[in-house]
Design a protein around this ligand. Structure first.
Ligand code: NI
Length: 206
């Protein structure tokens, strides 16, 4: 009896210790359904401060992009189809905006920081647009920014120890002060993005 109690105590202590050690699970705090509900009905603020590392290995924060609109997209470089298609649309939209496109900063934030190192992002982001910035960071930093942007992501094991990452693929449009304007659903065409973004560019920069 005493032994059983002692054992339970040890096991509780181990659970607490691992919680305190801060092992960040490689997934968002909330489910996909909760996150879609928040975004659809605008129930909570979207976005917020971040400090991450770009594809050149430099530290970047949200404050670096003040004065520009931000198009923020979360995904991972091993994503087979959704991410590349949306990133291509983002790149095309920027080209279609012409010179005004310089006032829009496209940002790709990985939800797979373990594999998407800065070096790896450096090979990937230029495939879509020369000005696309890729951001990575610690598991903890990624989880914090993903939760702030109401992004769902979760690691899904595959055969032979491999894994993929399930994730929501909304494209977030933020204003020149970093405030959330709205999202484009996955599969939005470049033309549609241009239609929405162009009037925003006409608003004077503060
Ligand atoms: Ni993807």
């Amino acid at each position: 009896m005493i032994r059983a109690i002692a054992y339970a105590g040890v096991s509780l202590w181990l659970t607490l210790a691992s919680a305190l050690a801060g092992d960040t699970p490689a997934q968002s705090a909330r489910s996909a359904a909760e996150i879609m509900d928040i975004l659809m009905w605008n129930r909570e603020p979207v976005g917020g401060p971040f400090t991450l590392t770009d594809q050149a290995g430099h530290e970047r924060t949200d404050r670096d992009f003040r004065g520009k609109l931000m198009l923020v997209y979360f995904g991972f470089t091993y994503c087979p189809d959704v991410c590349p298609a949306d990133l291509q649309a983002i790149g095309l939209a920027l080209d279609k905006l012409g010179r005004d496109g310089n006032q829009v900063q496209p940002i790709f934030i990985t939800v797979d920081p373990e594999r998407d190192t800065a070096t790896h992002l450096a090979d990937y982001v230029p495939l879509f647009h020369p000005r696309l910035i890729g951001l990575t960071g610690s598991a903890e930093a990624i989880r914090k920014v993903a939760d702030a942007y109401k992004v769902y992501y979760a690691r899904v094991p595959l055969d032979a120890g491999d894994y993929t990452v399930d994730h929501t693929a909304y494209i977030y449009l933020m204003d020149r002060d970093g405030n959330y304007l709205g999202f484009f659903p996955p599969g939005t065409s470049a033309d549609r993005m241009v239609e929405i973004i162009r009037p925003r560019l006409a608003e004077p920069a503060r």
